[in-house]
Design a protein around this ligand. Structure first.
Ligand SMILES: Cc1cc2nc3c(=O)[nH]c(=O)nc-3n(C[C@H](O)[C@H](O)[C@H](O)COP(=O)(O)OP(=O)(O)OC[C@H]3O[C@@H](n4cnc5c(N)ncnc54)[C@H](O)[C@@H]3O)c2cc1C
Length: 379
């Protein structure tokens, strides 16, 4: 089947789920912090979770840029579901790229079908931006490793069936482990009370003498940080795509509102002050999408001149996409609240939720200050 037909069909299915299921439940799901597990499985059934997955495990092996454009559409209806999907797909790709055959058999089909969700666990209370300073240890014991320590702010904590946990196997050596839900010595810490992303649980993970067998080491000993950074490169582009979807919804809601609301006996969209805001929102959203797409295309094409010539230029491009799109997301959603006036500050009109959701995008997967550091380093 032609890729473009597959993508069109996927977008149609997401529009259907978005209009019939996600959007009508969005306010209540936010207020009650309710994650719809069945809906997430449906994202697997329609093929979204397997878009870039290997065909032998049920994936469609499509281009990274196709995946990013479909993810943007999901984020249009719900940022938290799009983020859950993007992190789980990031874990899926880490296993596909670095995992053993047994690990692929154990996890990939389940992650692709949506039967299982994956989490990425790097951050700790003392090491967020300075992720390499992590303190969780993995001591070699007979038949495997014993983890000690804790991870903070882990997306989908408590929902996931598998956690990729970065832990220190030596003073200067970080390794990655696949820790299944329910592993002995692994417990969930507190669930964070957050400003946004309310239906996506963010939790602490605690490891006390947590045994993981040798077969759960992902890649080689000492390769963990490299694997994490490479996954984050891609993750940053998907976070950019999520921000673009969010901005597009904020713009569409603002446009519709400006065509209905009258002040001074005039529709809001007849005021030049409002027209200029809408024009800027549209232009910035468009520019962010173009940058995200360029990064996605470069990532998905190892033959591209950028990928081949200079890996750090590609890393910087991914950082630019994340930085630009998430700063635009914050600006556009803030303007959307402004255009709505008083009702924009109430939950009924959705835009206040979009603004709260936008903020975390400037923090996760490397704050936007860290993205600027990465970009500057490459100049
Ligand atoms: C909703 C949510 C979900 C998350 N999900 C995950 C997850 O699934 N997995 C995971 O591992 N982590 C996750 N995180 C953690 C996230 O990646 C970290 O919060 C982030 O990397 C920042 O780390 P920090 O909070 O420790 O802030 P800090 O590193 O303490 O930074 C505080 C401030 O200082 C700035 N700063 C730090 N260093 C510098 C510098 N050198 N120059 C200039 N400014 C600097 C930062 O940009 C920031 O503004 C999540 C966080 C949130 C809020």
């Amino acid at each position: 089947m032609e890729n473009s037909f597959v993508i069109q069909e996927l977008v149609k299915q997401i529009d259907r789920l978005g209009k019939e299921v996600i959007w009508p439940a969005a306010i209540e799901a936010d207020e009650e912090e309710k994650f719809d597990r069945k809906l997430f499985s449906q994202l697997g059934e329609i093929g979204l979770l397997g878009m870039v997955g290997a065909e032998e495990y049920g994936g469609s092996n499509l281009n990274y840029s196709d995946y990013v454009s479909v993810l943007e559409r999901l984020a249009y209806y719900s940022l938290p579901y799009a983020v859950t999907a993007s992190v789980s797909i990031m874990v899926q790709k880490m296993i596909e790229d670095a995992g053993s055959e047994a690990q692929k058999k154990q996890y990939l089909e389940k992650l692709i079908s949506g039967e299982m969700i994956g989490s990425f666990a790097l951050s700790e209370s003392h090491s967020g931006s300075d992720a390499a300073a992590l303190k969780t240890t993995a001591k070699k014991v007979s038949g495997g490793f014993e983890l000690q320590g804790s991870k903070m702010w882990i997306t989908s904590g408590g929902l996931s069936g598998v956690y990729v946990v970065m832990a220190r196997t030596g003073e200067k050596e970080i390794s990655a482990f696949l820790v299944p839900d329910g592993a002995p010595g692994f417990t969930l810490g507190k669930k964070e009370k957050k400003m946004g992303w309310k239906l996506s649980p963010t939790r602490e993970l605690i490891f006390q003498n947590c045994f993981v067998s040798e077969t759960q080491l992902l890649g080689k000993v000492g390769e963990g940080f490299k694997l994490a950074l490479s996954a984050l490169n891609k993750g940053r582009v998907t976070i950019g795509a999520v921000a673009v979807g969010l901005s597009q919804m904020a713009l569409d809601l603002s446009l519709a509102f400006s065509k209905e609301r009258k002040q001074f006996n005039t529709l809001l969209n007849q005021f030049q002050g409002i027209q200029f805001m809408l024009a800027d929102m549209a232009t910035e959203t468009y520019a962010a999408r173009a940058l995200v797409m360029q990064a996605a295309q470069a990532l998905g094409n190892p033959q591209s001149s950028l990928s081949q010539k200079n890996a750090s230029a590609l890393t910087a491009l991914c950082s630019m996409a994340k930085l630009k799109a998430t700063d635009v997301g914050m600006q556009v959603t803030t303007d959307a609240v402004q255009i709505h006036g008083g009702v924009g500050y109430t939950s009924e009109y959705h835009v206040e939720r979009l603004m709260r959701d936008a903020k975390a995008l400037q923090i996760v997967e490397g704050t936007n200050q860290i993205q600027r550091m990465v970009i500057a380093r490459n100049l």
